[in-house]
Design a protein around this ligand. Structure first.
Ligand SMILES: [Zn+2]
Ligand SMILES: [Zn+2]
Length: 260
């Protein structure tokens, strides 16, 4: 079994619903059995659409909903109320991606912090695990997770771009690590070190489609079918057969999202 733990199947990226459905079909044809579509990263509309996509593909797609740190500035109490309502759908297996991004600073940092904490509280209320987006925060994301005791809900760092030391901090707290297509890039040495070092019961693989297209498809739009290339590279740096790594990562994904 092979699972893309993080993709954005938003119809606005793929033209329309039929475009998304074709992407899902190509993934299945490539041997990708399941995928988690992330309803966060554009606006609350992306959360609505993620739930709708999962509803159309009950056998192979589940959704998460949340507010990306880039969009924190647009959050109102009404947005959080809608998020709560969407998160109660049976197709929703997690909240996120949420967190802090001090690389782009698309929202003021204080607003990012406030919206991050509000979503952690919501995850606690709904007993859902959390998908983290963390970029250039000097460990602040980890400190917020510590402060709020968020680890007990389950924490997954998606597209993890830190070093091995920080990865060990996350794993020692019970966290999971998802490796993206950067692991195939020429300048992906740190990512390959991390991919080799994550404990076998904590490693996941993802595309973050439509972004971060793995080699040799650079320049094309990324899609879940290409998680096969991510899994192959992670297997290579771990000295495993691809199917063995894919099965481990899929088991971890199913445990984390409680998706039997
Ligand atoms: Zn992200
Ligand atoms: Zn993402």
């Amino acid at each position: 079994m092979l699972i893309d733990s993080h993709c954005h199947l938003d119809p606005r990226t793929w033209g329309d619903d039929a475009g998304v459905d074709a992407v899902v079909e190509r993934a299945l044809a490539a041997g990708v059995d399941r995928m988690i579509t992330i309803g966060s990263g554009y606006d609350i509309e992306s959360a609505r659409r993620a739930v709708a996509v999962a509803r159309r593909h009950p056998g192979c797609v589940r959704a998460s909903v949340g507010v990306h740190p880039h969009d924190a500035k647009d959050v109102t109490p009404a947005v959080l109320d809608e998020l709560r309502a969407l998160a109660k759908a049976p197709e929703v297996v997690a909240l996120g991606e949420m967190g802090l991004d001090f690389h782009y600073d698309s929202s003021p940092r204080d607003v990012q912090r406030e919206v991050f904490r509000a979503q952690i509280a919501l995850a606690r209320e709904l007993a859902l695990p959390i998908i983290i987006h963390d970029r250039d925060t000097e460990g602040e994301t980890l400190r917020v997770l510590d402060d709020t005791n968020a680890w007990e809900m389950g924490v997954l760092y998606h597209c993890y771009t830190g070093d091995v030391g920080h990865m060990r901090e996350i794993v020692s707290r019970g966290g999971y690590i998802s490796i993206p297509g950067i692991v195939t890039f020429k300048n992906g040495d740190t990512m390959r070190e991390v991919a080799a070092a994550v404990p076998a019961d904590r490693v996941l693989v993802e595309t973050d489609s439509p972004f971060l297209t793995p080699i040799p498809h650079r320049g094309k739009r990324n899609e879940p079918a290409y998680v096969t290339l991510v899994a192959a590279k992670v297997a290579e740096v771990r000295g495993l057969r691809t199917d063995v790594l894919a099965t481990q990562a899929a088991e971890n994904t199913r445990r984390f999202f409680r998706w039997d």
